[in-house]
Design a protein around this ligand. Sequence first.
Ligand SMILES: Cc1cc2nc3c(=O)[nH]c(=O)nc-3n(C[C@H](O)[C@H](O)[C@H](O)COP(=O)(O)OP(=O)(O)OC[C@H]3O[C@@H](n4cnc5c(N)ncnc54)[C@H](O)[C@@H]3O)c2cc1C
Length: 386
Amino acid sequence: MPEVTVYSTQNCVYCRMAKAFLDKAGVNYRSVDVGTDREAAQHMVEISGQYGVPVITVDDEIIIGFDSRKLNELFGSETESEVSDVIIIGAGPAGLTAAVYCARKLLSTLIISENIGGQALASWTIENYMGYRMISGDELMKKFEEQVREQNVRLDLDRVREIRKSGDVFVINTVSDNTYRGRAVIFAQGKHPRNLGVPNEEKFLGRGLSVCSTCDGPLFKGKVVGIVGGGNSALQTAIEMSRIARQVHLIVRSTLRADEEYIRHYKGITNITTHLNHVVTGLSGDSFLTGVTLQERTTGTSKELVLDGLFAEIGWVPNTDFLSGVIDMNDQNEVIIDINTHTSLPGVFACGDVTNVKSKQIIIAAGEGAKAALEAHEYVLRVGNP
Ligand SMILES: Cc1cc2nc3c(=O)[nH]c(=O)nc-3n(C[C@H](O)[C@H](O)[C@H](O)COP(=O)(O)OP(=O)(O)OC[C@H]3O[C@@H](n4cnc5c(N)ncnc54)[C@H](O)[C@@H]3O)c2cc1C
């Protein structure tokens, strides 16, 4: 067995998933909390050349992030070619709810997802999911996951890259070169963070630039950070980071568009400096991000900010890149569904943030997931299982 070490922080769900993957594969590993052990944190940054968690070392190999493809390559097992009744793509609130409903209808159910929990994992606090006055996204998604794990549902961590129909079944291929077959499919693959659209973004990702403040936030204790965005996510992140970092710069393209609740809270915080009507036009630094260039949108004047970290909280785009030409989508690349979650392709249903349903919320995604599962059940009974 190779020597495996997982460098993680307590709130990092990707770290939890990496460990869950290793546990499932029966791999022994050493776990190091770099949120509390500063020396280990320094070591992790030195060996990986970046600030993001998790970092996994497998003998001399260094894996940055929860790279399910790489982990599958090293520790995964071959998939069988059995035909599932329903394959659900995505394990966010929509997919996990759909899975519980499918399993309770005794459908053989497989979820293929890159992570467990989806966007909700990035939420520091959720105050509008019924039954909980206040709960972190991580905690709520753990509860969703537990409920799924109690059912007869198979959950594979992987990324879907292609779907096609072959006879009566749908064939799905993943980036780890696994092939799955299902009678019905539910798309629940949600959205991913939008890029800043400035040069060198790739270079600094994990090297000061982060799209997951709940994961990487603790590594910026006592430092100066920037947060880009003016919506709920950006304000939530600014409020949380004001407790961790020494100074927070909130960079807002126009004006704040967050809920009153967040705005009221943020207004009382003294270590947040807000730059309204500014955009990021450049990232600077050698191997790590050390600053950004901001441009005022009306006058065009530029200024430099010295920063240790930058969190991009500027919105999300649908995970539908592998669906072009396969299914009808709107001009925002969201899957078009009818009121009962049917897509343009019979046997394929969709729910949650990946669809054209206007409101993007956990409770709505979960509700749509339940609807999609019930429709898939009806479809499998009618045509999928002659
Ligand atoms: C910072 C933040 C704070 C938020 N706060 C709140 C809040 O307080 N209250 C609220 O109601 N909502 C909140 N939301 C919105 C809420 O999280 C989303 O509406 C909800 O998560 C959508 O669920 P979903 O299941 O449709 O999609 P997602 O949550 O996006 O889940 C999609 C899943 O699909 C997987 N996936 C993607 N592509 C592929 C692929 N090709 N192959 C396999 N798997 C794939 C992903 O890994 C993920 O597991 C917040 C969102 C963010 C970002």
